[in-house]
Design a protein around this ligand. Structure first.
Ligand code: SF4
Ligand code: SF4
Length: 360
């Protein structure tokens, strides 16, 4: 039978649709033709095009995991006070664009009256980014969005104002191995006990060779337990990373008491003023203490306070620590320094479990 190609359904592509169709007309008209931009106040950017067109962007924080009612409220504000165009940033802030400076103040008033916070631009603490947590993922040891809510409540003035030496990006991550967790300050889960194995379920649920292969320190071996195929863990070798838990849920590692939080600092993707850098551990074994996580929040606030008072203008957290050195960082922040913190000596390949190198 002949196929009529004109009647064939067009393929449905996965992935993001072309963003250009959703852009503000001023952005489309002046794409790639911008002359300058300024930052008239926290939460507002003004871009001016070579054609003479201007566009003002107003940024507001959201709770990231949005319910449909809040989303509708935000969109209604966009329709009424902005030009009907919004976009979400990578840190889950919403941005409105207007083509007239006179629309900026009523838009900010409408947002603030509805309980949203305008800010997050320039040298502020931009909204903390977080991973999916209990809402979407199957392996979290904490609810990253809860940690973010608790911390941002305490850092609201740092979001609304530009009082930091440079911008500060904070991230959270709800397991120890996968997404998230690279920022000026990062709050990541830290497991402190090896997984507990439910031997009755392993044979039914887990593909044992892939679980064995998953362990970065070769601590997992196949074993027969009560006559059934299972696995065993050499607890002396185990670094409690939790990598075996996603492919084998019967190797439960999340624990209300022994899954802690760790705070890392100095990660930077940008190479604007200095090279990108990896973060380093500065506080481990911090209680994973919902619903307000007071211990972790106090450490983050303290690091921010010291950075604010001691860093020079435009130094990111990693630049500041590079200049003053790690001993001074621990001295200024008062955080206890232990042998687990920094390991960048020549022989660290033997002690850092960060490569394919296996310690036997
Ligand atoms: S950080 Fe880990 S637990 Fe959290 S969403 Fe990503 S993979 Fe899941
Ligand atoms: S927690 Fe990590 S180190 Fe320990 S057994 Fe599992 S994969 Fe290996």
């Amino acid at each position: 039978m002949a196929i009529n190609l004109s009647e064939m359904r067009r393929p449905i592509e996965s992935g993001c649709p072309d963003g250009m169709q959703y852009m503000h007309p001023v952005v489309i008209r002046n794409f790639g033709q911008w002359k300058w931009h300024v930052h008239p106040r926290p939460g507002v950017l003004h871009h001016q095009a070579k054609s003479g067109d201007g566009i003002w962007t107003v940024k507001a924080g959201t709770q990231r995991i949005l319910d449909v009612h809040t989303l509708r409220k935000l969109c209604d504000i966009g329709d009424q006070y902005a030009d009907g165009h919004v976009r979400f940033t990578i840190r889950s802030n919403i941005e409105y664009m207007v083509d007239d400076e006179n629309k900026v103040a009523p838009l900010i008033t409408a947002l603030e009256d509805a309980g949203f916070v305008v800010g997050g631009t320039g040298n502020s603490v931009a909204f903390i980014s977080h991973t999916q947590g209990w809402l979407h993922c199957d392996i979290p040891g904490t609810d990253a969005s809860g940690v973010v809510k608790a911390m941002m409540d305490e850092l609201i003035d740092e979001f609304k104002n530009c009082n930091m030496p440079n911008r500060v990006h904070i991230t959270t991550s709800c397991c120890q191995i996968n997404c998230g967790g690279q920022g000026d300050i990062a709050i990541n889960v830290q497991h402190t006990k090896p997984p507990k194995i439910n031997h009755d379920l392993v044979a039914n649920v887990c593909e044992r060779p892939s679980v064995v292969a998953r362990c970065p320190v070769a601590a997992i071996r196949p074993a027969l337990v009560n006559g059934k195929p299972s696995l065993e863990v050499d607890e002396k070798k185990c670094i409690c990373c939790g990598a075996c838990y996603p492919p084998c849920p019967p190797m439960q590692i999340n624990d209300p008491e022994h899954s802690k939080l760790a705070i890392w600092v100095g990660g930077n993707h940008s190479n604007a003023r200095s090279k990108p850098s990896f973060q380093k551990l500065v506080a481990g074994g911090v209680p994973n203490n919902p619903p307000r996580w007071p211990e972790a929040t106090a450490i983050v606030k303290n690091i921010l306070k010291v950075y604010q008072s001691d860093a020079r203008d435009w130094e990111r957290v990693n630049d500041w620590i590079d200049r003053i050195g790690w001993p001074r960082f621990f001295e200024l922040t008062g955080l206890p320094f232990t042998k687990y913190h920094i390991d960048h000596w020549r022989g660290s390949r033997k002690s850092l479990n960060s490569s394919t190198y296996i310690r036997m």
